[in-house]
Design a protein around this ligand. Structure first.
Ligand SMILES: N[C@@H](CCC(=O)N[C@@H](CS)C(=O)NCC(=O)O)C(=O)O
Length: 334
């Protein structure tokens, strides 16, 4: 169950299509779970309902572990690279897309009045297409008020706006270069990191007028890529389509530099505040001040990155150290 305006829902629909895993989609959103389905632990979009062998339905949220589960249950057309070094980089990039790029998504949707007025009715009609116009308008007003009040939660405010917007524009340029090379971030076949970036970009490059205009003016290649990734069921991936690990450092350098520039300092400052039991923190990101409430889930994200790094062989860890050297991502490993 998900909604077209949810970047994680879009990530997962495109993922399922590429993997040729059959599914039934319930467009939901504001309405909540479809009738007869269990509630997940946390109400989030998308929610996945797995039919268990004992006949029970299991509700699951969080796109990243759902993908890991589906990668185990279905073998063909994997989106996690087999090489452990590349697989680690895939995890890092997927996490950056899910947890940092989403700041840009939420910021562009709600921080500027024209964008917010554009999005609010869409969010209602995506979920309830038959609602009477006057009711829909009232609901859109209520919803946009709530979301604008929550901008501070992701760290979007007058102080951080420039940092968020500049990082979105740099990402477009970096992706333009990567797509031009081989079609996807990690080579000539899509990875879970591609689907994560795609999910955020479905909103940023096609829904929000401000951020979409930035993509259409200068990064038409990225804008076109978003349309293609929606359905990659016809792509036939080969084992050799993954980026060669020897080439990964050079190819991915601009993206890893970007992650080290904005996401690494964010994750570290957030985790430090979470450890100290502080409910908000201030730090510097990309040469500008950054302040926001502590986000406990993202402290776990850092923990998971470290856990997956620690599970690798000494050889693979050394290769990753060499790859990340000078990117700003090094403290994520410590
Ligand atoms: N980490 C989750 C994030 C899912 C998420 O945050 N979904 C948003 C919508 S895109 C949500 O449901 N937010 C709750 C709300 O808006 O009330 C994932 O990867 O699926």
């Amino acid at each position: 169950m998900g909604a077209p305006g949810s970047p994680y829902t879009r990530k997962m629909i495109a993922y399922l299509r590429y993997r040729r895993i059959s599914y039934t989609l319930h467009w939901g959103g504001i309405r909540g779970a479809p009738e007869g389905y269990p509630e997940p632990k946390v109400r989030l979009l998308p929610t996945f309902y797995f039919h268990r062998p004992d006949g029970e339905i299991e509700a699951m949220v969080d796109s990243t572990p759902i993908i890991r589960r589906l990668e185990t249950e279905y073998e063909e057309r994997a989106t996690l690279p087999a090489d452990p070094v590349l697989r680690f980089l895939n995890h890092l990039i997927e996490d950056y897309a899910d947890e940092w790029v989403t700041k840009a998504m939420f910021h562009y949707r709600w921080a500027h009045e024209a964008d917010a007025e554009h999005a609010a009715p869409l969010l209602v009609y995506w979920s309830m297409p038959t609602m009477a116009r006057s009711d829909a308008e009232a609901m859109a007003d209520m919803f946009s008020k709530r979301q604008i009040e929550r901008l501070y939660v992701v760290g979007s405010n007058a102080v951080t706006a420039e940092t968020i917007e500049a990082s979105y524009i740099r990402l477009l340029g970096i992706l333009d270069g990567l797509i031009a090379r081989q079609g996807y971030v990690l080579g000539a076949r899509p990875s879970s990191a591609d689907f994560a970036l795609y999910g955020q970009l479905t909103q940023l490059t096609t829904v929000e007028p401000s951020s979409a205009a930035l993509a259409s003016e200068r990064y038409q290649r990225v804008r076109a890529w978003v349309d293609r990734v929606e359905d990659l069921s016809g792509v036939r991936p080969e084992r050799g389509d993954w980026l060669a690990v020897d080439a990964a450092g050079e190819t991915l350098k601009p993206l890893l530099d970007e992650i080290g520039r904005v996401y690494a300092p964010f994750l570290l400052a957030n985790a430090r505040a979470a450890m100290a039991g502080e409910d908000r923190f201030e730090t510097e990101i990309d040469g500008r001040p950054w302040s926001q409430p502590t986000f406990p889930y993202q402290a776990k994200c850092l923990h998971w990155i470290r856990e997956s790094f620690a599970s690798l062989s000494a050889d693979d860890r050394a290769r990753i150290h060499a790859l990340l050297d000078g990117t700003g991502c090094e403290p994520l490993l410590a």
